[in-house]
Design a protein around this ligand. Structure first.
Ligand SMILES: Nc1ncnc2c1ncn2[C@@H]1O[C@H](COP(=O)(O)OP(=O)(O)OP(=O)(O)O)[C@@H](O)[C@H]1O
Ligand SMILES: [Mg+2]
Length: 499
């Protein structure tokens, strides 16, 4: 390999067809006259752009198709000329330099074009040099060279992460791997699960319970997850009325009075709330508006007056301490309004608990959050909630559902394949990594491979094949043509045999 040219932070390198260097690989350029070496990453491969080579290829093609003759090549020139035609141009981004055994982000010198030696360098070696340390190891999968790829829970701790990619690319699978390792390392994780697939974390592949089974609490709104109004208290109830049920301020004022009066006589429950609204003396329109919202609350099925059936978010989270565990909220069967109510209740309770430092910081994994997270929570997630100790990972196959500001604040991004130009545009524009890398690498990513960006990889974009899971994987997309298609084929074959 040889350096051909440099423009900005892009170095072009020519490589022989036999040299096994591909997109995503890291190269070390060593110039013996200088101290240290330059680290670059290949983001695009192409042929050498040359007019004379193009003419050669066309000439060869014409001769081959028109003249039938004996080919004599005593000096084996043709093999050299073929090699030249197959030479590759590797476009590489400068990622930093290694000096005194430490990876640093800047490069102060230009390596020699004629004397530099170029060699491949492994991703895990680079991460070691970049000083990645921590105790909570998370094995994500393997690099292209077959080395184990591990990240540290510490790089997710206190940070905002995003997992995105097109449908069925393996996002939830990676998210489950992260959750299971975080839990195994003693963390508390809250999951908003849209497909009821995270309960598999507590089971092995053969369906038997695994070592995490007692630490995975799965609750389903309306069934195992019901709340009592008394437990919600004024703060959560008002935020529910205001943000989810859009109560106007006049109604909200009366509502506050009603729940205050119920509280004083110790009767704050869903059963008493309806009567209290009906018997309240206020403007009829306000009363109607409140009663309609009360009916929505009751109809959602997520409230109960039986104290012993009511769930307390604090008790669930405390039950996971001190070994760590996951609180999975299974939202698949809930209506869209019920989803928003449950999320509002849980998040408002969480904020209160964290404010009082009643629970340790918590990791939140939210699948397709735009379906149930209210507008104002988005900014909260990156600012206020992070300070309280809620560290969010957003998982989505619609990158435009997350606004640009959030991408820019994201500390880690796990990018799976995207082929759609509009989606690529959003990611390339918004994330911290350079858009050339994202555009060319992400477009060609195979299934189950992802490009990892951000703090978890010390800002060195890494290509990873996500590993298999030890736990039970649920959440496969249901298909109409499942087993039945093979039976159909058998019938057709049988007919053919008979004919
Ligand atoms: N690294 C992997 N090893 C083995 N199986 C995997 C891997 N990644 C994904 N799968 C399997 O591929 C299928 C799709 O993966 P997954 O559900 O994670 O995709 P997704 O991107 O979340 O899809 P959706 O957009 O539908 O939510 C699942 O059956 C999952 O078990
Ligand atoms: Mg998924």
């Amino acid at each position: 390999m040889r350096i051909l040219e440099k423009s900005g932070d892009v170095i072009s390198i020519v490589a022989l067809p036999s040299e096994t260097v591909y997109q995503g690989d890291y190269l070390e350029i060593i110039d013996e006259q200088k101290i240290g070496s330059v680290i670059v990453q290949v983001y695009e491969e192409s042929y050498i752009p040359s007019q004379s080579l193009t003419e050669d290829i066309i000439r060869d093609q014409i001769i081959e198709s028109t003249a039938n003759g004996v080919e004599l090549d005593p000096y084996e020139i043709s093999s050299v000329s073929q090699m030249i035609k197959d030479m590759r141009l590797l476009k590489c981004k400068v990622r930093g330099s290694i000096q005194n055994g430490i990876m640093i982000a800047n490069v102060a010198w230009l390596p020699s074009r004629s004397k530099s030696k170029i060699r491949k360098v492994s991703q895990s070696h680079l991460l070691d040099l970049a000083g990645q340390t921590g105790s909570a190891q998370i094995k994500v999968g393997n690099t292209k060279d077959g080395e184990t790829f591990t990240i540290f829970g510490e790089a997710i701790d206190g940070n905002l992460s995003i997992i995105t990619g097109k449908k069925e690319s393996g996002k939830s699978h990676l998210s489950k791997l992260l959750v299971s390792s975080l839990v195994a390392n003693g963390a508390i994780v809250l999951i908003f699960d849209l497909n009821n697939e995270y309960e598999g974390l507590g089971f092995s592949k053969d369906g038997t319970k695994n070592e995490l089974s007692t630490r995975i609490v799965v609750l389903e709104p309306g069934k195992s997850l019901k709340f009592s109004l008394d437990y919600l208290g004024e703060y959560s109830l008002i935020s529910l009325m205001q943000h989810v049920l859009d109560a106007p301020s006049a109604s909200l004022r009366e509502f506050i009075r009603i729940i205050g009066s119920l509280k004083t006589v110790d009767k704050l429950s869903i059963d008493h709330l309806g009567d209290a609204i009906q018997n309240w003396r206020c403007n009829e329109l306000v009363k109607d508006a409140l009663y309609a919202r009360f009916q929505t609350l009751r109809g959602s099925g997520i409230f109960t007056s039986e104290e012993d059936r009511a769930v307390k978010v604090d008790s669930v989270l405390r039950s996971l301490l001190p070994e760590g565990g996951a609180f999975v909220v299974s939202l698949r069967s809930s209506s869209s309004l019920a989803k928003r109510m449950v999320v509002e209740i849980i998040l408002s309770k969480l904020v209160q608990l964290l404010e009082r430092e009643a629970i340790p910081p918590i990791f939140l994994f939210a699948e397709e959050a735009h379906l149930y997270l209210r507008e104002t929570y988005w900014d909260d997630i990156v600012t206020r909630m992070r300070h309280f100790g809620i560290f969010t990972t957003l998982i989505t196959n619609q990158p435009d559902a997350i606004n640009n500001g959030i991408y820019r604040q994201a500390d880690n991004i796990f990018l799976f394949n995207f082929t759609n130009e509009a989606d690529l545009d959003i990611i390339a524009r918004a994330s911290t990594a350079d858009s050339d890398t994202i555009r060319s690498i992400v477009r060609t990513l195979p299934k189950r491979h992802c490009l990892v960006l951000g703090k978890v990889v010390s800002d060195l974009p890494m290509l990873v094949k996500v590993g298999e899971a030890k736990f039970l994987t649920l959440g496969q997309t249901k298909k109409f043509f499942g087993k039945s298609s093979s039976t159909k084929r058998i019938h057709v074959n049988a007919k053919l045999v008979r004919a």
